[in-house]
Design a protein around this ligand. Structure first.
Ligand SMILES: Cc1cc2nc3c(=O)[nH]c(=O)nc-3n(C[C@H](O)[C@H](O)[C@H](O)COP(=O)(O)OP(=O)(O)OC[C@H]3O[C@@H](n4cnc5c(N)ncnc54)[C@H](O)[C@@H]3O)c2cc1C
Length: 426
């Protein structure tokens, strides 16, 4: 269980799909993309029957496992300094901000302000390599005309309590979410307009004039289908040999005592991303600290307790390096989660068969880009004149992976080399 999910009260009993059902719109997957599609459809075609089906409880999957950085700026995980070309990045920022505003409207409407805070994000460097990466990032931001603030080590210590960082950069546009709380809140907020079935994995799908999907206990038909199952698009037969299945991992401490908080110092709420895209992400949630790092290649789309435990030891090391004043702090939660990446960092988006739309594979940035593509999938499906649809459709599709055995040898090696390059930033 992720810490974010574990901190929420237990959810109400789920409604499971049973028997034969009909819908006007069927969405498979209730993460950021699926719920954005559902919310957008509820605005575009009010009165139509919109049904969302998920294999698990809302918030149990990657949507409730992530670090909660809803980032407006370019954030290219596969690159060396997060940036891409200026034209591409300007468009990306405009689209990311539209998705953040779409989420902000949901947060306002459903009273989710506690789970959705416009706090900005820090980047922290612990080495000269990291500082160099941040300087490149700042140059890129200057070129884009985007505001940022440069911080030195002591300024970062005032915020984080840690003297691990020798410099940093603050950018103001990121929203910090409690991801499981936010996503569950959106699902509950939509419940008067959208019917949600949970714990109902789709086990077969037949497309046609009416699309039919089956679960263990039920079946549902609909003329319009939106698939928002992230990397599981491949399990539905789409984008085969184009999606890279990677896991990343996090650990969350137990609550810090008053004396531990005093020993730590700094501010109670902040989120910091490493200068190096492969370094550690750290959040202070008010009374707990969350560490996220390490990527593994898992083409079978699953991880194991053993892998989570092994990477937990890396988290402990990263934690001790940053917060020696907190000693051997026990971690109350440790978890892993599935990321879908593509070699060219492109998302899977568009109409893949007649009236079958997809939005997924958001390259580790799905809180914002999943929202964006989910919302735009609803726009194309409903034939709206949203201008961003054209931009989204003009983007490249995920490129082909290298043939085997190049992937199974090359992908872990590449991840290893990138993480090694991160050095102290891990
Ligand atoms: C530890 C970690 C940290 C991360 N940090 C960040 C971050 O700070 N910022 C950020 O933007 N992103 C982050 N991410 C990535 C982010 O979580 C994902 O990109 C995002 O959740 C993708 O949203 P989605 O809606 O496309 O897919 P998902 O959230 O994966 O939702 C897909 C849903 O489809 C359902 N599904 C799959 N198959 C079936 C089926 N057969 N039948 C029914 N339902 C099915 C799943 O149960 C799931 O609920 C992080 C991820 C992890 C694991």
């Amino acid at each position: 269980m992720s810490g974010w999910y574990g901190l929420l009260p237990p959810p109400k009993a789920p409604e499971v799909l049973r028997g034969r059902q009909k819908a006007d719109w069927l969405i498979i997957g209730a993460g950021f993309a699926g719920l954005a599609a559902a919310r957008r459809l509820s605005q575009l075609v009010p009165g139509d029957r919109i049904v969302v089906v998920d294999a698990q409880r809302v918030g149990w999957g990657a949507a409730g496992r992530n670090s909660g950085f809803m980032i407006d700026l370019p954030h290219e995980l596969a690159g060396e300094n997060y940036g891409g070309s200026q034209n591409h990045d300007r468009k990306r920022i405009r689209m990311n901000r539209a998705a953040i505003e779409f989420s902000a409207a949901a947060a306002d409407e459903y009273g989710l302000q506690a789970f959705f805070v416009r706090a900005g994000k820090f980047h922290g460097a612990a080495s000269d390599h990291g500082l160099g990466v941040l300087r490149e990032f700042e140059t890129h931001l200057t070129g884009l005309g985007e505001p940022f603030e440069r911080l030195d080590g002591p300024q970062l210590k005032e915020i984080t309590g840690s003297d691990f960082f020798i410099g940093g950069t603050f950018t103001p546009g990121t929203v910090m979410a409690q991801p499981a709380g936010f996503i569950r809140g959106v699902a509950e907020g939509l419940s008067s307009r959208v019917q949600l079935f949970e714990n109902s994995p789709v086990i077969s799908m037949r497309t046609g004039k009416l699309h039919t999907v089956k679960t263990a206990e039920g079946e549902i038909t609909a003329p319009q289908l939106i698939l928002t199952v992230n990397g599981h698009l491949e399990s539905f037969g789409f984008f085969k040999k184009r999606l890279l299945h990677v896991f990343t991992y996090a650990s969350m401490t137990r609550p810090l005592s008053k004396s531990e908080q005093a020993a730590l110092g700094g501010e109670p709420h902040w989120g910091l991303i490493s200068a190096d895209p492969m370094g550690s992400t750290i959040r202070h949630t008010g009374d707990r600290i969350v560490v996220r790092n390490t990527f593994t290649y898992n083409p079978d789309m699953s991880t194991s307790e053993k892998q989570i435990k092994r990477i937990g030891a890396v988290h402990d090391q990263s934690f001790r390096a940053r917060f020696p004043m907190l000693g051997d702090m026990p971690m109350e939660f440790r978890w892993g989660g599935h990321l879908c990446l593509s070699l060219n960092s492109a998302a899977a988006f568009g109409e893949v068969e007649d009236r079958v739309f997809v939005a997924g594979c958001c390259n580790g940035l799905g809180t914002v880009q999943g929202t964006l593509y989910g919302m735009l999938a609803a726009d194309i499906a409903a034939g709206s004149d949203e201008p961003m649809v054209g931009d989204a459709l003009n983007q490249p599709a995920p490129s082909r992976l290298y043939p085997e055995p190049l992937m199974s040898i090359g992908a872990p090696l590449k991840l290893w080399a990138m993480q090694r390059r991160a050095g102290k930033e891990l």
